[in-house]
Design a protein around this ligand. Structure first.
Ligand SMILES: [Zn+2]
Ligand SMILES: [Zn+2]
Length: 226
């Protein structure tokens, strides 16, 4: 079975506060260490120091790793003359098959135990952040939709107002006789609508009391319509 690695971001140890980053150029102050362990045997493979920006890169999975063994590529492994990265796994001719027996639970040392906890918490944090992001997007979507709906409602109202205003203008031009006729027509229409409404209301009551049987539903709805 090929060796699997676990990486854990840890705070700098007290005696390593002055450490510099092992990943980028220059002497950038390290802010954390990244410990690499074998997943099965728990043995430490590497313990590298990283500056703030390299830590962020590591967290977003942008810090390059050796394609062969999975070690993080440190600058000390870049060959001076060729500029090529030569990993310890090549230098030491490492066998990448996991031959050692897995560590038993009671053999797990406290440091490994805490590293596992740290990794678990980090994963939880990442999931929560992801969920939060989805929720934020949903809220933004909702706002966008209600904005659109509002806009539509507003436009409909504006259209109606325009229509009514045009109608008023028309009415103003009428003679008093024409106006009287129009008014009578409106009143008649109003009466008709009121009667319809009353019929509908009493029908609803009847419907609740005695729902129509199959077949009679058509007749039932015809009632009250013009
Ligand atoms: Zn760095
Ligand atoms: Zn390697």
């Amino acid at each position: 079975m090929k060796r699997e690695l676990i990486y854990t971001i840890l705070d700098l140890e007290e005696w390593n506060q002055e450490a510099t980053c092992r990943f980028c150029r220059g002497l950038n102050k390290a802010v954390c260490q990244i410990r690499t362990r074998s997943k099965v045997t728990h043995s430490i493979i590497e313990n590298d120091y990283a500056c703030e920006s390299c830590k962020e890169k590591f967290e977003s999975n942008e810090l390059p790793k050796c394609e062969r063994c999975g070690r993080l590529k440190t600058k000390s492994n870049i060959d001076f003359s060729s500029g090529e990265y030569i990993c310890d796994c090549i230098k030491d001719n490492e066998d990448l098959e996991e031959k050692e027996l897995p560590a038993l639970p009671q053999e797990e040392r406290q440091s490994t135990f805490y590293e596992r906890q740290i990794n678990g918490l980090r994963e939880e944090l990442a999931t929560t952040e992801e969920e939060l992001q989805i929720e934020r997007e949903e809220v933004a979507n909702f706002h966008e939709k209600s904005k659109e709906w509002n806009k539509k409602q507003k436009q409909e109202l504006l259209d109606r107002i325009k229509k009514l205003e045009a109608e008023i203008e028309q009415l103003k031009k009428l003679t008093s006789q024409e106006l009287g006729a129009k008014l009578a027509a409106y009143e008649a229409e109003n009466e008709r609508l009121k009667t319809q409404l009353e019929q509908l209301t009493s029908q609803q009551i009847t419907q609740i009391e005695a729902p129509p049987k199959n077949g009679s539903i058509k007749n039932f709805f015809k009632f009250g319509l013009k």
